[in-house]
Design a protein around this ligand. Structure first.
Ligand code: DGJ
Length: 733
C-alpha cells in the first residue's frame, strides 16, 4: 500500500520514502524499523525497487550494534544522518554530550509527516514557497529514548526545480541538559567515490576561484572559522562525475543558506563510499539545549543536474531569484549606480558629491551611492564606526539636503553603512566599551582598526536597529550598502555564561539575521545590497535579506572574469554587483580599455565607481553608449538564462551568453585576456538559443538560424592586443 502525494511517496511495504523534485529522485529507506539508509540521489527513477540492495557482510573491524549479527555494522551502511560511537567510525552528522560526560547517542526512526508547502525556519533565512502547491515537505522523526532527544530531519522537494532542501532540528524532550557539539544540516552517503569535487576558494579581492580535484580516500573539506561565510571559501561545493563538465554529466550542488562559520566535508571511506556533509562548523561551537528547548540547523539547498554545471547553475539562479530573494525589488530591474568610493575615498564634500552626481546623471546613471565617510568624524578608517549621524564638516546641510539635491537631479540616492562594527575612537565605544565581542583577560585584536559589536546580545542589536532606523528615516533614502570589514576574533560575549561561550559565533549570526529582518521589513522600499570587503559574505543567507551583493573589492575587469564566472556557479547574475572603475586599476594597477571594463561590468548588476567628472569627452560618450546598451539588454541580463561558454580558469579567454526566457533575445560576450602573435582565429559556439528560430545579429544586421549559431558557431573578428572584448547581440526574426 502506498500513501500518495504528488512528489513524496512512502511505500509502506518496502519502507521507502521516494522524493521527486523536477527530473530528480531522492530515496531513503528504513531498515530494521530503526535506521535511515540513504538509497539514491540522482536522475529521476520512475519506480524504485531496491535493485541496489544492501549486501550484508562480516567485515573485519566493523563492529556490530547490540543485538545484531556479525554481518551488520553501521560502518558499512550508507546513512542519512549518522551518529557517533555505535559502530560507524566515519564522521558523524551530529554529536551530543550528556550530563554524564558521554557523547554516545543512538537515534531510531519513529515516524514521519508529509505535507504540502514548506515551513519557515525560526530565525533563519531559507528558500520559501509562495503557494503550498509549489513544494512538498517530508519530516522524519528520530528519537534517542535513553535521553529523550528528538531530531526532525526535514526535506522539501520543489516541483518546478531540481532542488531539494534539507535541514535538521534538535528537540530536548528529556530531563537533562544536553550539549550539542555538532549539528550538521545534511549528510548523504553516496555508494561510490567516482566523483570530482569543486570548491570556491579565494581571498579578499580574489573571491570564488574554481578548484576541481579528484576525491581521495580520507577526508577533504572546506570551511570558515572567520565568523562570516568568508572570501576564503564559499559555503558551496559541487560533486560531479569525472566525465561531467559545463554541459554534460551528473552534477550535485550543495549550497548552505548561512552567513557564519560553516563546514563542507567529504569523506571517502574504506569501501569507497562518499559521505558528504554540510552545516555549522563544529569548530569552537557548542550549544546547550535545556529540557524543552530546540535547536534549528540552517538549510542546505541541494541541486541535481544530469546535464552539467550549467544546468545546475541555472536551477540555482531561478530558485534563488524567485524563492530566496524577497521584497519589492525581487523582480524589478536594478538601477545603474555610481558609487563614490574609488572616486573620492574619504576625501569628499557636498560640492564634490554634487558634481559627480550631476555628471553621472548626464551620462544616464540612475542611482548615486554615497559610500564610507559621511558620518561621525570619519576622515579615514580609524574612527567613528557606531556614530551614525551626519558628518557636518563634509555635509554641512545634512543628509536630507544632499538626498533631495540628488533626487532633484532625477536620480535615486543610496548610502553606505557598516552597522556590525565599532571604532575604538567613537562616541558609541566611549559609552559602551563592553558592547564588543570579547574574552575576559584578553586584549582585543583589531582588523582595519575596528572592533566587532556583539550581535549575540539583544540590547546591542536593538540599539543598532534604533540608530540605523533613525538614519534611514531621516531622509528619503532609496538604497543601502551594508558593509562588514573584518573577521571575528576573541569570539566571546560578556553576557553569556561560561558554558555558553561557544554559542557566541552562531548567536552573532542569529542576531544579525534579526536586525536585517527588522530593518528590511521596516524599510521595504529600500534596495539593500550586502557587502563584506567586497564578496566576503556572498552567500544565500544574506541574499534572503538583501537581493544583491557587492561581488568583490577588486574592480579590475580581468580579475573580475574569474570572480564573476566562479560566483555565477551558484548565485544569479542579478545579485552580483559589478562596476566600471578607473585605470590604472586601484587593486592590480592594470590598464584596460573602457570597452572591456564596461562589458565585464554589464555582465552583472551594472554600475560605475570612478570620478566621472575627470573623464574625457570621448570616454563620456563611451559611458553613455554603454548605459544605453545596458538599459536595452538589462532585462535579459538580470532575468534571462545564463550560459557559460568559455572558462577563464582554463583558457586565455572567457565567454558567456544571456538568453531571454522566451529565447527571443540574447547577448553574448567574448573576452580575450592576453594578445598572442599570429593567434588562431576564433569561432564561438553560442548556447541557449532556440534551434528553430532565426536570429538577427544587431551589430551587422545578418540573420542566422539558432542551430547554426550554436553548432557551427560565429566568427569573432581578429582581436589584436591584450584585454579585448567583443559583444554579439541577437534578436529573433
Ligand atoms: C569595503 C567595501 O567593499 C568597499 O566597496 C567600500 O565600501 C569600503 N569598504 C568602504 O570602507
Amino acid at each position: 500500500m502506498t500513501e500518495k502525494f504528488t512528489n513524496i511517496y512512502f511505500d509502506f511495504e518496502k519502507n521507502i520514502f521516494h522524493l521527486k523534485a523536477k527530473n530528480t529522485s531522492y530515496i531513503i529507506r528504513i531498515i530494521k524499523n530503526k535506521y535511515l539508509v540513504h538509497s539514491y540521489f540522482g536522475k529521476e527513477i520512475k519506480n524504485y525497487n531496491i535493485a541496489n540492495d544492501l549486501i550484508y557482510l562480516d567485515r573485519g573491524f566493523s563492529p556490530n550494534p547490540s543485538g545484531e549479527d556479525r554481518s551488520f555494522s553501521l560502518d558499512t551502511i550508507p546513512q542519512e544522518y549518522p551518529a557517533y560511537g555505535n559502530t560507524d567510525f566515519r564522521t558523524p552528522a551530529y554529536q551530543i554530550q550528556l550530563e554524564n560526560g558521554s557523547t554516545i547517542t543512538d537515534l531510531s526512526y519513529v515516524g514521519y509527516k508529509i505535507f504540502k508547502g514548506k515551513p519557515k525556519l525560526k530565525g533563519l533565512p531559507a528558500t520559501y514557497v509562495e503557494n503550498d502547491d509549489e513544494a512538498e515537505t517530508l519530516e522524519i522523526e528520530m528519537k534517542d529514548d535513553v535521553i529523550g532527544l528528538k531530531v526532525i530531519l526535514s526535506y522539501t522537494v520543489y516541483k518546478d526545480f531540481s532542488a531539494i532542501t534539507r535541514t535538521a532540528r534538535f528537540i530536548n524532550e528529556g530531563n537533562q541538559r544536553l550539549k550539542i557539539l555538532r549539528a550538521l544540516s545534511m549528510n548523504i552517503d553516496f555508494r561510490d567515490s567516482d566523483f570530482d569535487f569543486i570548491n570556491f576558494q579565494g581571498a579578499h579581492c580574489r573571491e570564488r576561484h574554481i578548484e576541481r580535484k579528484s576525491l581521495f580516500t580520507g577526508m577533504q573539506s572546506v570551511e570558515s572559522r572567520r565568523g562570516t561565510s568568508s572570501h576564503q571559501q564559499n559555503p558551496f561545493i559541487v560533486l560531479l562525475r569525472k566525465n561531467a563538465d559545463e554541459d554534460y554529466g551528473e552534477v550535485y550542488g550543495f549550497n548552505f543558506v548561512y552567513s557564519g562559520n560553516f563546514l563542507a566535508q567529504i569523506e571517502v571511506d574504506q569501501f569507497q563510499t562518499t559521505r558528504i556533509q554540510m552545516g555549522i562548523n563544529p569548530f569552537d561551537f557548542s550549544w546547550i539545549l535545556e529540557p524543552t528547548e530546540d535547536f534549528q540547523c540552517p538549510e542546505v539547498v541541494m541541486v541535481y543536474s544530469a546535464n552539467g554545471l550549467g544546468e545546475m547553475s541555472r536551477t540555482y539562479h531561478d530558485l534563488y531569484r524567485s524563492r530566496l530573494c524577497r521584497g519589492i525589488h525581487k523582480y524589478k530591474e536594478r538601477p545603474i549606480l555610481i558609487n563614490n568610493w574609488e572616486a573620492t575615498y574619504f576625501d569628499f564634500n557636498q560640492d564634490k558629491i554634487e558634481k559627480i552626481a550631476n555628471c553621472a546623471k548626464e551620462l544616464g546613471i540612475e542611482l548615486f551611492v554615497l559610500d564610507d565617510g559621511w558620518f561621525g568624524n570619519r576622515d579615514d578608517d580609524k574612527s567613528s564606526l557606531g556614530d551614525w549621524f551626519v558628518n557636518k564638516k563634509k555635509l554641512p546641510d545634512g543628509l536630507n539636503c544632499i538626498v533631495n539635491k540628488v533626487h532633484g537631479m532625477g536620480m535615486q540616492f543610496g548610502i553606505w553603512i557598516e552597522p556590525e562594527m565599532i571604532s575604538e575612537n567613537s562616541e558609541l565605544f566611549r559609552k559602551h566599551p563592553d558592547w564588543v565581542l570579547q574574552v575576559p583577560g584578553r586584549k582585543l585584536s583589531t582588523g582595519r582598526d575596528q572592533l566587532v559589536l556583539d550581535f549575540s546580545r539583544q540590547e546591542v542589536c536593538d540599539e543598532v536597529i534604533r540608530m540605523i532606523s533613525e538614519v534611514l528615516s531621516s531622509a528619503p533614502i532609496n538604497y543601502v550598502k551594508w558593509d562588514m570589514n573584518r573577521h571575528l576574533t576573541e569570539v566571546g560575549s560578556k553576557t553569556l555564561p561560561y558554558e555558553r561561550q561557544r554559542e557566541t559565533a552562531h548567536r552573532y549570526v542569529l542576531g544579525l539575521y534579526r536586525v536585517l529582518d527588522v530593518l528590511t521589513s521596516k524599510f521595504p522600499n529600500i534596495l539593500f545590497e550586502s557587502c563584506s570587503g567586497g564578496g566576503g559574505r556572498f552567500d544565500a543567507g544574506m541574499l534572503y535579506y538583501m537581493p544583491q551583493t557587492w561581488t568583490s573589492d577588486n574592480t579590475d575587469a580581468i580579475s573580475r572574469l574569474k570572480i564573476q564566472y566562479g560566483t555565477s556557479m551558484a548565485y544569479p547574475v542579478i545579485t552580483m554587483g559589478a562596476h566600471v572603475s578607473t585605470v590604472p586599476n586601484h587593486q592590480v594597477r592594470r590598464i584596460t580599455s573602457m570597452d572591456i571594463r564596461g562589458h565585464v561590468a554589464m555582465s552583472g548588476n551594472f554600475g560605475y565607481e570612478l570620478d566621472v567628472t575627470l573623464l574625457s569627452d570621448e570616454e563620456k560618450n563611451k559611458v553613455k553608449e554603454q548605459i544605453i546598451m545596458y538599459k536595452e539588454v538589462r532585462n535579459v541580463i538580470q532575468f534571462g538564462d545564463f550560459y557559460r561558454i568559455i572558462s577563464p580558469f582554463e583558457t586565455n579567454e572567457a565567454s558567456w551568453i544571456f538568453v531571454s526566457k522566451d529565447k527571443n533575445e540574447a547577448i553574448a560576450f567574448y573576452f580575450k585576456v592576453l594578445g598572442e602573435a599570429n593567434a588562431p582565429l576564433k569561432i564561438l559556439k553560442l548556447k541557449g538559443l532556440d534551434e528553430n528560430k532565426n536570429y538577427e545579429i544587431i551589430e551587422t544586421g545578418k540573420v542566422f538560424g539558432g542551430d547554426e549559431l550554436m553548432n557551427g558557431g560565429i566568427s569573432i573578428p581578429y582581436l589584436e592586443g591584450d584585454f579585448k572584448s567583443y559583444v554579439i547581440r541577437l534578436k529573433s526574426k
